[in-house]
Design a protein around this ligand. Structure first.
Ligand code: DGT
Ligand code: CA
Ligand code: CA
Ligand code: ZN
Length: 590
């Protein structure tokens, strides 16, 4: 399948490469076509199968571009683009991500110095070679050099756990400004995706310039990237933040539009079109009584976008309601069946942080935690939990020498946990986080495992197995008679380690049959299982455990990331092990 986005990206690359070779006007035609392709509500690849003429019907896509799109859909490449790539073998997207480096500069630097990558650009800038090229000076070279680290970083996505606190702080700040009527996040951060390209913030105000001014004066901003009358961008804590200001009457429409995901929006817009409505960032409009010119949905002036009878715009809920849909929680907006469920009234009742009664996976200073068992239990009680599970590391594969507890140490720990439990108002369960070796065997003695209240078993080594071996390994652990929870099942680390490749359907079905919960580890670097994988657990009728894996009291606050990840997997409170009261939890534990 070739998505509209993929086609659009290719057209943009085409434009960049044409521009780099000195072609004029044509690049902009390609860019405008790319925008309309990206926004086109139906799959371009299906349209392309009906021929070039159909593709050329898309606004601003002429015959020449249409024939290239058809060529791409049919063959997977475009000859002319391949020629451009051959004659200018540069990493165009990476190089142009450096502020101040456009396609033309890329072309010039390739001709003069043979630069093809970000690394080569950096080396040349550091060696003072760029200022020797005609048209460049010492200042330009210095700018390029300074902007490279930023570009490198911007190539990456931020972890949710790094971006969310920035968004929270910024929203709290904006809320204090007099001119701000409402503020909310949009985009992937509102959908609680595990990684974030940039943070989108939306403000309702009748004085956009004052809001933009206030935004750019935010004390936590490292630098302001750009500022206009209704939009601005800045960087804080390494995170890019985009602000948009809209009038209060259009806040709901903008919030819906800029929350995405794009796929969700495309499906929603199709639903609007089917009813003779127009859906965009300004509102939902009934255009059935407009003549075709006035109803031109591809015209890009804001006024024409607001034509027709306005049905909704101020409130997001009304946007959905007017389309015959229940309001859809942002975590579900990934076009994986949520719109049909909203139409049928079968959306799940998603788990909330308040549903969680305690943590099933935490550490203390007995292993690699920083606090005593008493301190961890007290912190859990302070947060209003009903129970707390102490699950320090067992020694074994993947655990550093001196960190894990052997069987004797675990028996010794039982005494301490019993003493803390006797003094505590909340229920304290004693357990272990044992290791699942590559062959599926566990690090702790079976008899001891049977005595413990709760057993979390996690993979900490051999994370590069193939899918069959990895799935066998986890399934074997999940069917061990004493194992209650499989901890961070894949072992992934966001932005740095892929983790085990797992057949999630098989693992979910095996775990469900064995009454073993699969963990959603709320550590921001993990979020393991991911939301998409969690969906398989729900579909198998299995149970998840939403655990912080806290090594300190502060880390108990990561729970919300686990809950939001669960929501992305359509999890209801009844699917969650630690949403059970402690009495029921005790019955579930093996
Ligand atoms: P990110 O930032 O890469 O983690 O992902 P998003 O989803 O936040 O994407 P972003 O920041 O590019 O745009 C925010 C939302 O705005 C996106 O989810 C949907 C909407 N949006 C942005 N540009 C377009 C567009 O060209 N067409 C459509 N239909 N929606 C768009
Ligand atoms: Ca974003
Ligand atoms: Ca954005
Ligand atoms: Zn742990």
């Amino acid at each position: 399948m070739r998505s509209n986005d993929a086609v659009a990206r290719l057209l943009v690359e085409f434009a960049d490469r044409l521009e780099a070779t000195g072609v004029e006007y044509k690049p902009n035609a390609y860019r405008r076509a790319a925008e309309n392709v990206a926004d086109y509500p139906e799959p371009i690849d299906q349209l392309a199968e009906t021929g070039e003429d159909a593709v050329a019907e898309i606004d601003r896509v002429g015959d020449a571009i249409a024939s290239k799109i058809v060529e791409y859909v049919e063959t997977g490449s475009i000859d002319e683009l391949e020629d451009l790539r051959d004659s200018l073998p540069v990493e165009m997207a990476a190089l142009t991500s450096v502020e101040g480096v456009g396609p033309k500069t890329v072309g010039t630097l390739y001709e003069a110095l043979g630069i093809t990558t970000l690394d080569e650009l950096e080396t040349a800038a550091e060696a003072g070679e760029i200022q020797e090229v005609t048209g460049f000076g010492a200042k330009t070279e210095q700018n390029i050099r300074e902007n490279i680290p930023f570009a490198r970083q911007s190539q990456q996505r931020e972890r949710l756990g790094a971006a969310r606190p920035v968004a929270d702080d910024l929203c709290a700040y904006l809320d204090t400004l007099d001119t701000v009527a409402r503020v909310d996040v949009a985009g992937s951060i509102r959908r609680w995706k595990d990684t974030i390209g940039d943070v989108d913030v939306l403000v309702a105000s009748d004085d956009s310039e004052a809001v933009v001014a206030g935004f750019t004066e935010w004390g936590d901003a490292d630098d302001v990237i750009e500022a206009g009358s209704h939009k601005a961008s800045l960087r804080a804590d390494g995170v890019r933040v985009d602000l948009r200001v809209v009038v209060p009457e259009e806040f709901g429409a903008a919030l819906q539009y800029f929350t995405g995901s794009k796929d969700h929006n495309v499906r929603l817009r199709n639903r609007a079109i089917a009813r003779d409505y127009k859906l965009n960032e300004y509102g939902l409009f009934d255009i059935s009584d407009l003549d075709t010119d006035a109803a031109d949905t591809t015209s890009d002036t804001a006024d024409s976008q607001r034509g027709g009878v306005k049905l909704a715009g101020q409130s997001e809920a009304a946007m959905y309601a007017e389309l015959g849909l229940a309001w859809i929680p942002p975590e579900l907006r990934e076009d994986t069946g949520e719109i049909d469920a909203a139409a049928e009234g079968t959306l799940p009742t998603l788990v909330e942080t308040g549903d969680i009664n305690g943590d099933c996976h935490t550490h203390s200073e007995w292993s690699d935690g920083g606090n005593s068992i008493e301190e961890m239990v007290a912190a859990a009680a302070d947060r209003g939990d009903d129970f707390h599970c102490v699950t320090d590391h067992a020694t074994g594969p993947g655990i550093i020498e001196g960190i894990g507890l052997d069987d004797d140490a675990l028996r010794e720990q039982m005494v301490t946990v019993d003493a803390v439990a006797a003094d505590s108002d909340i229920t304290v369960f004693h357990g272990v986080e044992t290791n699942i070796a590559a062959d599926g065997s566990l690090s702790t003695d079976d008899e001891l495992l049977a005595e413990l209240d709760i057993v979390v078993a996690s993979p900490h080594s051999a994370l590069d197995q193939d899918t069959d071996a990895a799935t066998d390994r986890l399934c074997q652990a999940a069917t061990h008679p004493s194992v209650d929870v499989i901890g961070h099942p894949t072992g992934r680390l966001l932005n740095s380690r892929a983790g085990l490749s797992v057949d999630m359907t098989r693992l979910a079905e095996t775990a469900a049959a064995a009454d073993t919960a699969l963990e959603i580890n709320a550590t921001p670097a993990r979020l393991d299982l991911a939301g998409e994988a969690v969906r398989a657990v729900v579909e198998a009728g299995g149970t998840v455990a939403i655990n912080t894996d806290a090594h300190s009291p502060a880390e108990l606050d990561n729970r919300r990331y686990g809950v939001k990840t669960a929501r992305r997997g359509w999890v209801e409170p009844t699917d969650v092990l630690n949403a059970k009261p402690s009495s029921e939890l005790r019955a579930f534990l093996h």
